[in-house]
Design a protein around this ligand. Structure first.
Ligand code: GLN
Length: 503
């Protein structure tokens, strides 16, 4: 089926057909990613015998590098490989990483993880960019499409995050998996789903028309010059060189600090260099994209307490008054659970509002994202009013906070993907998407610092002291989030000018 771009973008109804295929490839990739991420800390502590602090630092480093590599993956896609080849290469690396872990997770742990880190960098931004390509520039159904896609992300995250660790720990399928093979099977599952993701993508490609093909130069006589083979193989070779480099970088926690402090300024300098080559209106749009990217760092910095301080809070300060569920289980997967149902609904709401010319623009959506995030953190603060004398409080109230925070995420995260595809110039789509994810690497980094500062309740202090200390911290974060939302709305006229025709 040789579709043209017009045929793809002129779709009837709410969603382009191809979005479902990209949804499934991304769903399985997120299964692999979150499955592995969910096993990391536990595996390092229980199997590799790392102490808690070392395991957590290494986990943080892995997260930082994963999202930092999205910039590299996006950049090479723009310049040489195109989105399809990049995605495929990333997927292959993720399969290799998972297979290494499935074969011998104890001896080759960091080798397997490093393959996965680089692979994710090539896969993740480029599939998101392709979703954007299914729409014309002025199509108001784009945010709804990204919301649907975001539901797929979270479906994969929920399944992978639950199944892999449950198999590894020996809480599932124990009658068919021998005890000494549990971790191999758990990592192997990540490899299998990644194979499914790529097979699905092979079929998807047939219906993508020209979307995601390699970038081509045009010669003076108008003929297309294909990308030189050596460049393509050069990227593959370079990528493989990154793998041992990451192994070294992840192994020493200080390296992550150096990396984070240098990579941000370097990418910005590179962005400014690229910005100097485009027309003034295009440059203004890229400035606007940068505003969204910078705000997103603060958003993720607050939001990502879920993996850090909130998981300690859930373990020590929450009861089981919600259907007897485990508070950490709710903290880990409650958000993804809500998103699977709410994201498509919110997407339909955007379409409904747009038909009535009432759809809020991206700035307002981002502002709402921060305000919901802030309100959610105020609800976390309010858990202290439901505590017993031991400092143990209600999981029900905590879950309400999670729901409010999730609304915030849905107003910001899928909308951020969407706006990147609208504001980037044709030749910088992958890089800008990479930059969007790089911002979440910084968000995670900031989250770790915030969480560490909040853990003021020292050893020997009571559970009640911890409750007071954490909830006080959450109140502060709530305030910062609401303030950020208000600032965003105040500066919106200036950003709107930069965005020109984009809404
Ligand atoms: N949870 C989303 C995903 O996995 C958002 C990640 C992010 O931007 N930090 O895609």
């Amino acid at each position: 089926m040789n579709l043209t771009l017009d045929q793809i973008q002129d779709f009837k109804g709410k969603y382009p057909k191809q979005i479902w295929s990209l949804f499934f490839s991304e769903m399985w990739e997120r299964f692999c990613f979150y499955g592995m991420r969910g096993m990391l800390v536990f595996f390092m502590i229980s199997e590799l015998k790392f102490d808690d602090e070392k395991a957590n630092l290494q986990y943080g480093a892995t997260q930082a590098f994963v999202y930092a590599f999205t910039f590299v993956g996006g950049l090479f896609a723009d310049k040489i490989l195109g989105f399809r080849k990049s995605l495929f290469w990333g997927g292959l690396l993720m399969i290799v990483g998972s297979l290494i872990l499935a074969t011998n997770p104890h001896d080759f742990f960091f080798l397997g993880i490093s393959f996965t880190v680089v692979g994710t960098g090539f896969f993740k931004p480029n599939i998101s960019t392709m979703v954007g390509k299914l729409y014309r520039g002025d199509d108001s159904r784009r945010d709804a499409g990204f919301s649907l896609f975001y539901a797929g992300i979270n479906l994969g995250a929920l399944l992978g995050g639950y199944l892999c660790i449950a198999i590894g720990k020996g809480e599932m399928l124990t009658n068919i998996i021998p005890e000494d093979k549990r971790w191999n099977v758990a990592f192997g599952l990540a490899a299998i789903v990644m194979v499914i993701s790529l097979i699905n993508f092979v079929f998807t490609q047939r219906r993508l028309g020209p979307i995601g093909l390699m970038p081509q130069k045009i010669a003076a006589d108008g003929t297309l010059i294909p990308t030189e083979k050596w460049k393509i193989y050069g990227v593959y070779a370079l990528t493989l060189l990154f793998v041992p480099l990451i192994m070294i970088m992840v192994s020493v926690p200080q390296y992550t600090d150096y990396f984070m402090w240098t990579v941000g300024p370097l990418t910005l300098i590179y962005l400014f260099f690229e910005m100097s080559k485009v027309s003034a209106p295009e440059r203004n749009k890229l400035w606007a994209a940068l505003v969204f990217i910078i705000f997103s760092i603060l958003f993720w910095g607050i939001y990502e307490q879920s993996g850090g301080s909130l998981s300690i809070f859930a373990a020590n300060n929450l009861n089981k008054d919600l259907l007897g569920l485990d508070p950490n289980g709710v903290n880990n997967s409650g958000g993804a659970f809500f998103i699977i149902f709410l994201a498509p609904l919110l997407g339909l709401l955007w379409i409904w509002l747009s038909k009535r010319r009432l759809e809020p623009n991206t700035l307002i959506k981002f502002g709402l994202g921060f305000i919901f995030l802030g309100l959610g953190y105020y609800v976390l603060f309010a858990t202290r009013f439901f505590a017993d004398l031991q400092g143990v409080t209600s999981l029900n109230i905590f879950t309400i906070a999670l729901l409010v925070i999730t609304f915030g995420e849905l107003c910001l995260s899928p909308i951020g993907l969407s706006i990147m595809t609208k504001l980037s110039t044709e030749k910088l789509q992958g890089m800008m998407m990479g930059l969007w994810f790089l911002a979440s690497a910084y968000g995670q980094y900031v989250a770790g610092i915030i969480g560490a500062n909040m853990a003021t309740a020292k050893e020997g202090s009571s559970n009640m002291d911890a409750l007071i200390a954490y909830t006080e911290g959450y109140k502060q974060l709530g305030l910062y989030a609401v303030l950020a939302g208000v600032i965003l709305m105040v500066i919106s006229p200036f950003v709107k000018k930069l965005m020109q025709d984009v809404r």
